[in-house]
Design a protein around this ligand. Sequence first.
Ligand SMILES: *[C@@H]1O[C@H](CO)[C@@H](O)[C@H](O)[C@H]1NC(C)=O
Ligand SMILES: *[C@@H]1O[C@H](CO)[C@@H](O)[C@H](O)[C@H]1NC(C)=O
Length: 358
Amino acid sequence: MVMFLSILFAVFLASLSSVTGASVLRIDATCGFRLTTEGGFDGAVGQLADGQVRAGSGLAQSLFTWFGDAFTDQQGRGCWWTPPTSVLQCDWNQQPDHGFGIGCYGGLSYRDQEIFYECQTGDSDEVNIYLQPNGANCSRITLYADSCRPPCSTNPTEAPPQLSTTGTPGQDSSRTATTPSTPQATATPAFPPGTCDVVVADGPDEIVLIDKASPDTAYGPNPGMTVRLSPNASAIFAFRFSASDAGKQCALAFDLPAAQDQRAQYRLTGGGLVGFALLESPPKDPAAATYGNRPRVAMPLERAELRPGISVRPLEFPCPGADAEVAFLMADEDGADVCLEYQQYRPVVPIGLYLVKC
Ligand SMILES: *[C@@H]1O[C@H](CO)[C@@H](O)[C@H](O)[C@H]1NC(C)=O
Ligand SMILES: *[C@@H]1O[C@H](CO)[C@@H](O)[C@H](O)[C@H]1NC(C)=O
């Protein structure tokens, strides 16, 4: 097995020159971003003329400016949770609230909070955004920034998301980390106790959606890291490695949080087996990847019946080093009618497919 993987990785390395478009994200001192909401209300975040932040289908999406842990709107008005209701608003001559974070997949946090609230305004479908549910007909949302994200890679100088091997699923032992929006996880230990002190959980760098019923359709870039699984739809997950990974042990992990865990939302229906597989290569051109031109399966891995709270470890392997890229497929097995939809990155709790590095 190890030999087989080494050979595969050698192939990956040899084919690296053809893997292009690996966009390198940077943290800029200031940069512009737009927000969307997901959850109780899915939509673009805009503003009223007076600076109040709202989401709604009739609003133009606002461009905000990021200052590392705070933001203003494009006119330079400071955005803050306005007392007493804690509604989000950007006002003239207002110091913006500090304590915001943007995770590597765009999740916005404020201090240790990643779940926010939308409450209806009564103006068409427009909703206000709150830190606490202080309006009418409120529900939970998450907020996503389309830019200004730090890289997901675990460069040791960037305070990598860490979790203790002694953590148990659902425990929140790492919530006090200084980078609240990076993938923090308290996954089931993938390795025997004592074999490593610190484990790093790393989300995929790219997710490509393909559909058997539309074999020639390329679904293109997937910046929201959405995963859709059905009898026809499946997903390819690509992971890139860096020099610091060499010599570590990697485990592929798949988790669905318990149904009552409000911090990670997903939709799961149907039943039957879902299969994981190692692919011969990542898609050559992810933006043009289709079911028809998908990479071939190099090795089928574990199959699992998905249910809330599930935690599977389909593969362990020696982590490859700098610039290697490995891809996995997740698909319904024949006869299954499992439908799963989620956003790969949810702060605090692990969800979906990720790598544990030891
Ligand atoms: C809250 O929901 C109720 C029931 O759907 C509706 O009648 C009411 O207008 C809503 N309130 C606001 C402020 O939208
Ligand atoms: C899957 O694709 C087949 C063939 O195109 C189609 O008949 C079927 O309705 C699709 N199933 C689902 C669940 O979309």
